[in-house]
Design a protein around this ligand. Structure first.
Ligand SMILES: NC(=O)c1ccc[n+]([C@@H]2O[C@H](COP(=O)([O-])OP(=O)(O)OC[C@H]3O[C@@H](n4cnc5c(N)ncnc54)[C@H](O)[C@@H]3O)[C@@H](O)[C@H]2O)c1
Length: 463
């Protein structure tokens, strides 16, 4: 069969895999190849056990794989054959040298650019899908142009706004698709070509064009704004606990103002995920580079509040359990950074688990999708950790439960049964405010939500 277009994606991760699966699923007329340097990951994409969990992903991969969707490690061949190349490699925070702990580590991205230059023989449209510092497209263009006189490249910025846990829904029905391009004839043609790909299923009015620098920056700013809302409500949760207010009531009242809106106002143990922290730090780094220190400080505050919130949660557990966790058994319900994903990158659960272990607690970790990642995150400190998928079994014999991921099923558990199987006094720390706190209190639990008064069976003086 001949295909209308050959599309390649370099990087078969949380973004590359689902995004390309959606393009292949919606556009049977295109051949979509996803390549990666990691052969294990590619083997998983080609197997029944996909490397990542996303509701609905398996179904679309199954329907397109082998027809017009292919996963491979043949990067060079992929580059030669493709007209449009998406780059969706990881861009973590740098851990070494200048900008360590702040700037984006662009080594994987640069290797990819160099590889494209080396193997391309015909004109290519390069699409930045990875989240990158502003002006990276310019650097990409320079790398591609250096010493490859005969071949022309057009670089577009097309940041991905999907959220893990709802990736398939977000890809199928995006709020917007942003395409940044240069205003040259080549840039415009490239933008039209990419627009035509998305227009196969996304209404044209939601495909937004911008200049390339605005596009790159928009992704960082979108994540900074989202994380800022979480840190804003989390900072207020600390005040609510002191002032006997209820953060949910405050959030409801504030969110009913249509200028504010009611989404993303749930107080919690803190945000996680591979993007928010790294993208804000990247933004902070860029601001400092341009000597905009007040702006940098403002955004850095979002990350600081998140660290503070995790710390507060841990210290609250320690102080309410009589300042000692040595030998106590704690059940962690949920290890993923959010519900409906197995991803644990930057999950607050990692820090909570590490700190509880330092306090010599024994842990039982439960999660429907994230135990494989939890094991690898806690490698080396997991002598006193058991991994148990069944939440009832996990809670048995524990002194406390900490709910760290908002999985629906955790709100539906039979807590009376769980209470019976636990050591007394039994504690619940609801790091996501998903449980019925007064009901749990009536069952006999001592309950510690976020941003609400605690429900305890002890005298206030003893706390
Ligand atoms: N995860 C998200 O929710 C999300 C959402 C929007 C944007 N992003 C951005 O998308 C980018 C990718 O994120 P991710 O979560 O998919 O990362 P990931 O780590 O899951 O996947 C990246 C993949 O790229 C591969 N890779 C690295 N260097 C390579 C090379 N030279 N050639 C071929 N493959 C290579 C890695 O092996 C890995 O499989 C990042 O810039 C991230 O900030 C992520």
């Amino acid at each position: 069969m001949t295909f209308e277009r050959n599309i390649l994606c370099i990087g078969a991760g949380y973004v590359g895999g689902p995004t390309m699966a959606m393009i292949a699923y919606k556009c049977p007329q295109y051949r979509v190849m996803v390549v990666d340097v990691n052969p294990e990951r590619i083997a998983q994409w080609n197997s029944d056990q996909l490397p990542i969990y996303e509701p609905g992903l398996e179904q679309i991969v199954r329907s397109a794989r082998g027809k017009n969707l292919f996963f491979s490690t043949e990067i060079e061949q992929g580059i030669r054959e493709a007209e449009i190349i998406f780059v969706s490699v990881n861009t973590p925070t740098k851990t070494y040298g200048a900008g360590a702990g702040m700037a984006a580590d662009l080594q994987y991205w640069e290797k990819t650019a160099t590889q494209i230059r080396k193997h391309a023989r015909t004109h290519k449209i390069i699409v930045e899908k990875s989240t990158l510092p502003v002006k990276t497209a310019q650097a990409m263009q320079r790398i591609l142009s250096a010493g490859n006189e005969g071949v022309k490249f057009d670089v577009l910025s097309n940041p991905e706004f999907l959220a893990e846990g709802t990736a398939i829904k977000d890809l199928e029905d995006p709020d917007r698709v942003l395409i940044g391009s240069e205003e040259t004839p080549g840039g415009q043609r490239a933008r039209e070509m990419l627009t035509a790909v998305y227009a196969n299923w996304v209404p044209r009015e939601r495909i937004v064009a911008s200049n390339i620098w605005s596009s790159e920056l928009s992704k960082l700013v979108a994540n900074a704004f989202l994380a800022q809302r979480i840190s804003s409500i989390n900072s207020i949760s600390a005040l609510c606990e002191k002032a006997d207010a209820d953060v949910e009531e405050v959030a409801r009242a504030v969110g009913m103002d249509s200028r504010v809106g009611n989404k993303f106002l749930n107080a919690s143990v803190g945000f996680g995920g591979s993007c928010f922290k790294k993208d804000i730090l990247n933004l902070v780094y860029i601001c400092r580079f341009y000597q905009l220190h007040e702006v940098a400080d403002y955004w850095e505050g979002v990350v600081k509040i998140n660290e503070y919130q995790k710390e507060r949660f841990i210290l609250n557990m320690l102080s309410t359990m009589f300042n000692t966790l040595a030998g106590k058994r704690v059940c962690i319900l949920g290890f993923a950074f959010k519900a409906n994903t197995g991803d644990t990158r930057e999950s607050p659960a990692i820090l909570v688990a590490q700190r509880l272990i330092e306090e010599k607690a024994e842990l039982v970790i439960s999660d429907p999708q994230a135990l494989r990642n939890a094991r690898s995150d806690l490698k080396g400190v997991d002598e006193n950790i058991a991994y148990v998928e069944d939440p009832y079994e996990a809670a048995e014999g524990c002194n406390a439960i900490a709910v760290l991921t908002e999985w629906d099923q955790y709100a539906q558990l039979d807590y009376a049964r769980i209470f019976k199987s636990m050591r007394k006094p039994a504690f619940i720390f609801d790091g996501r405010n998903i449980l019925d706190h007064s009901k749990l209190f009536d069952m006999g639990f001592n309950v510690f939500p976020i941003g609400k008064p605690a429900y305890t069976h002890f005298d206030a003086d003893n706390l």
